[in-house]
Design a binder for this molecule. Sequence first.
Ligand SMILES: Nc1ncnc2c1ncn2[C@@H]1O[C@H](COP(=O)(O)OP(=O)(O)OP(=O)(O)O)[C@@H](O)[C@H]1O
Ligand SMILES: [Mg+2]
Length: 318
Amino acid sequence: MAFESGESMQLLGKSPAICRLREQIHKVAAMDVVVLVQGESGTGKELVARAIHDQSRRSRKAFVAINCGAIPESLTESILFGYEGGAFSGASSAGQVGLLEKASGGTLFLDEAGEMPPSLQAKMLRTLQNHKIRRVGGSQVCQLDMRIIAASNRNLREEVRLGRFREDLFYRLDVIPLFVPPLRERPEDIRLLADFFLNAHSAAQGIRYEISSGLLRKFESYAWPGNVRELKNFVEYGVCFSENGRLTRKLLEPRFALSGVLDKVPNGVRRRKSAFDVACMESLLQRYGSDMEGKKAVAHWMGISLATLYRYLKRERG
Ligand SMILES: Nc1ncnc2c1ncn2[C@@H]1O[C@H](COP(=O)(O)OP(=O)(O)OP(=O)(O)O)[C@@H](O)[C@H]1O
Ligand SMILES: [Mg+2]
């Protein structure tokens, strides 16, 4: 798999939530279950999906990512299922293997699952139900053996409630829900990530880059609406414009201004739980039950203490 320079193949972070997530990845990788990774944009969902694949028994087979919102409707069938030679006008005479067949033996990553148009939702549901496909224009049925990982930065349960996502498909995907927390809720990871991105540039260019303590403080108090991807972009901006290898607050001021976000995030913003966490909590409580054991399990999954869970519940439910 090709990665850009500075692209981590590891899920870096020392926050309790990321440590917990790494543990969960390790556990689910050992099984063939369907995993649904949710979290805001840029939090690392694809990295989580790849980590699960890499740690699974399927690691030597393909990891096939499908951007569910980007397949042209008229080509969906041939792209997913493939086609036999001459199946339709314009089809190559040799036919083509579809993405699902390519993922056979490996992992199928349904990225941006919340963006699936209704017709694709119906096709995916059928595929997940019977694990079989037939190429367009073909008669042979191919048995599929693959691990499914879906990711969404929309809250899928909410999409179901709004009638935009099929409930039956949701329950096929929401088997093991994993949540990647926003960067603003794990400020202890910021330095580590910034250093990682910076070191990658240092190594690539033979220049020692460093971040001033003032800039680091600013990084740690910023809300990062674009999460880790945005942090990576900011570091790149700094590397691009720095003249002496030093990334300072002043150097990055124009970059912060471009993002149009306040200089300092009020405490309330950092402390307030995102809509995602609340949705995650509700969904997990339904799964594990609301008794003491259930709540303990939910707190464990979310990487928060039981006391914190109670605080959210009190605030959400009054
Ligand atoms: N914990 C992490 N450690 C190292 N790199 C990370 C981490 N989280 C994210 N990244 C990097 O940040 C970038 C964004 O991550 P990724 O593409 O996985 O996000 P995403 O959640 O799939 O975003 P989107 O919802 O926009 O598709 C990538 O370059 C990824 O390598
Ligand atoms: Mg992604």
